[in-house]
Design a binder for this molecule. Sequence first.
Ligand code: COA
Length: 260
Amino acid sequence: MTYSTLLLEIRDGIAFVTINRPDKLNALNDTVVSELAQAAAALTADPLVRGVILTGAGPKAFVAGADIGDLAQQGVMDGRRRALNGQQMLFAFERMGKPVLAAVNGFALGGGCEMAMACHIRIASENARFGQPEVNLGITPGYGGTQRLPRIVGKGNALWMLLTAEHVNAADALRMGLVSKVVPQDQLLAEAEKTMKAIVARGPVALALTIEAVDRGLETTLEEGLRIEADAFGLVASTQDMKEGLTAFLEKRAAKFEGK
Ligand code: COA
């Protein structure tokens, strides 16, 4: 499949998806959102892909937000549809059953911050800037900013970002827990690849069930969440991956997981 706004490379089981509109700081217009949705579906279905890294083209931006030119044209119902489409696309990455990592290489504003938050792990370069500046434009976030941000950084930090619209630098994003690691820009992709290689060497079924247990558990009571965890713990007992992982440990060798 070819894309007009994305670069896609698959190497050693890892898909590198680069949003490629650097002249517009990789802003998410309708074509980008639609191509990202197509890419998410294709990567979900591709058994050779075990993990995904999302990043932006150029040295300046991950994604500088939804395309403001598009937003300027929208009315009530197409605005709602645009938000729902973007949310569905981000769900497709969040729920693809494979680990997804955002390598945040610059501005991650509005839809860019929202896209990074739908990923399971975020690593930032030192020049990264996060923000939910929608209120500057007289609009509200549409791709999950009011929902995922408080779940990740807590209500106080989230409302601070959402109401002040101020940019948060990489060091503050790390302090808030918005990212897990900050590295120099020239090391970002190598660090992202190293992290993802380490993750995809683990049991694929266990990875998928762990992500699902965390996401579903955050939406429910502790008791229900613990039941989801126990169900996953029982389910993995039926997998070849579990036999292989435990046997490899006992035989003092590296496990070779097949995701079965
Ligand atoms: N939508 C559409 N175009 C955007 C964009 C967006 N969200 N963000 C940046 N661009 C475009 C600019 O219009 C400009 O295009 P042009 O060269 O054709 O005029 C180009 O990207 C470069 O941006 P520019 O503003 O010149 O770069 P800068 O370094 O001066 O500022 C930002 C960078 C990120 C601070 C600034 O672009 C900005 O505030 N962008 C909007 C961020 C935002 O509000 N996002 C949330 C949207 S809901």
